[in-house]
Design a protein around this ligand. Structure first.
Ligand code: MN
Length: 495
């Protein structure tokens, strides 16, 4: 990491106060993202999650003598798509290397990876910071393809350890960032954004519970203005929240050691979420410990620019582009647009509601009412009881002045729980708002006649009109047009 240029300027708000002064946190991330693909990287065995132990294992995955790996072209295409989504350099020639190490769940005795010549080079990710505000750009150092290992299952029946090779040979993209993050919030926001991009691209499902996305977190601290300090790597964190906690803990641990006059030993650590602390796992290995060398079973991976261009032509609209378009086309704030584009299906739902309607009104209904209700009931857009067409009809009924905003909320509740066509429900239940001034005047006269003392008060203090509006709305069963009530009341009360 020493050779890497520091691209960030110091942000004093992000410093940590130590006992002897301020410290800056430096975070760089290596994300292992499982490639979405039916088969593994070098074999035809299923890459599906789960299954009976050792049911998705070919002779190649079990490293039988004489086996020969054959590259899965779809995994290559997925890596190129991801590189394009990260605005990164695509390398038309890359090389697979053997990374040698011993582990019971790695029968080959080496992982096929890419070392000196990865398939994707430098790129960048633009990250919005929801808590502190603003935006940062996180540099991508590289993306390479490699095999996943199997899984050891310890303390089985009751003292044996078993090995499940279902994951062995599944394709991973290791996405290495530059050390461009300066707080746990920045790291969390980066992983969230990266996950969104991968899901839009369809190159990784981003499911952290199933281990489809794991983070190795490099943390170091330094005095503002100094060079990078010695880092520790926290391995295999599989939740964004835990990653944030691990960074906070690790930074403070390192600051404590340095302030006591000690020094940081470069090592690999593990985060224990139940204790909320990191602990040492092993001393950090260097690249030469793995004795990387080009895999003699595999030719260098080569493709043409035309192949890359063809993949680029078929990329979906990416989150940043969609956000910019939502702001421009629908007049949304950057914040609302950011909320809506976080998941592709949410953005699609919103757009189905907003098309041909008031984009801002549609955003309010989708974000506040729909998302609020979905969250409360643990549902998602794909399991929503209300379709975009139904919500769109509610927005129409408001803009046509058929129902008031208040009645619209009642209507939302009815459609949510009972379903149906909003327009027919309004008709059938007599929910149309009253715009007939005669009927509204009658209600106003009744309220005024019953409350002569309040009339005098309102004339002295015009903000009292709100009380009258409420009473008239009550009198009309919430169906009076609020604007008409307001106008007529002002005239009647002479304020
Ligand atoms: Mn790796």
């Amino acid at each position: 990491m020493n050779a890497i240029i520091d691209t960030r300027t110091l942000d004093p708000k992000k410093l940590i106060k130590g006992a002897t002064g301020d410290w800056e946190i430096i975070v760089g991330l290596e994300i292992h993202a499982q490639v979405t693909s039916k088969a593994k990287l070098f074999s035809g065995a299923s890459a599906e999650y789960g299954g009976e132990p050792n049911s998705h294992v070919s002779l190649v995955d079990a490293a039988m003598p004489g086996m020969l790996p054959v590259i899965n072209e779809e995994c290559v295409a997925q890596a190129v798509r991801t590189g394009l989504g990260l605005k990164a350099q695509i390398n038309l020639r890359s090389v697979f290397d053997r990374k040698n190490y011993f582990y019971p769940d790695l029968p080959q005795g080496y992982q096929i990876s890419q070392f000196k010549s990865p398939i994707v080079g430098e790129g960048e990710v633009i990250v919005d910071l929801p808590e502190s505000g603003g935006q940062i750009t996180v540099g991508i150092e590289r993306l390479h393809l490699e095999q996943d290992a199997g899984k050891s299952l310890h303390d089985q029946s009751p003292t044996m350890s078993f090995v499940d090779l279902n994951r062995s040979g599944v394709a991973l993209m290791e996405i290495v960032s530059k050390p461009d993050m300066r707080s746990s919030e920045e790291a969390r926001a980066y992983v969230t954004k990266l996950r969104t991009i991968l899901r839009y691209l369809g190159t990784c499902d981003g499911n952290m519970d199933e281990g489809s996305l794991r983070a190795d977190v490099n943390v170091s601290v330094r005095r503002p203005g100094e060079g990078f300090g010695t880092r520790c790597e926290i391995k295999n964190v599989n939740s964004i929240r835990f990653m944030g906690q691990a960074i906070e803990y690790e930074a403070r641990r390192q600051i404590g050691i340095l302030e006591d006059g000690g020094s940081i030993t470069q090592e690999t650590r593990l985060y224990d979420p139940t204790k909320g602390e990191t602990r040492s796992m092993r001393s950090k290995e260097e690249a030469h410990d793995y004795r990387y060398f080009p895999d003699p079973d595999l030719l260098p991976l080569e493709f043409t620019q035309a192949y890359v261009d063809e993949l680029a032509r078929h990329l979906p609209e990416l989150p940043d582009d969609k956000k910019a378009r939502f702001i421009k086309e629908y007049g949304l704030t950057p914040y609302d647009a950011g909320v809506l584009i976080a998941e592709q299906d949410q953005a699609d739902y919103y757009e189905a509601v907003a098309k041909g309607r008031d984009g801002k009104a549609a955003a309010n209904w989708v974000i506040n009412e729909l998302f609020g209700r979905l969250n409360k009931e643990g549902k998602t857009v794909s399991t929503s009881p209300m379709s975009a067409a139904q919500l769109g009809a509610i927005v129409d009924l408001i803009s046509e002045n058929v129902i008031s905003g208040k009645l619209a909320k009642d209507l939302f509740e009815i459609i949510w729980t009972e379903g149906g066509d909003p327009r027919s429900v309004v008709e059938a239940r007599g929910m149309k708002q009253v715009t007939d001034t005669g009927a509204i005047e009658k209600a106003i006269d009744a309220v005024i006649a019953a409350n002569p003392d309040k009339v005098a008060q309102a004339q002295a203090k015009p903000t009292m009109i709100g009380w009258f509006v409420g009473m008239v709305m009550k009198e009309t069963g919430g169906k009076a047009n609020p604007q008409a009530v307001n106008d007529l009341l002002k005239a009647k009360l002479g304020i």
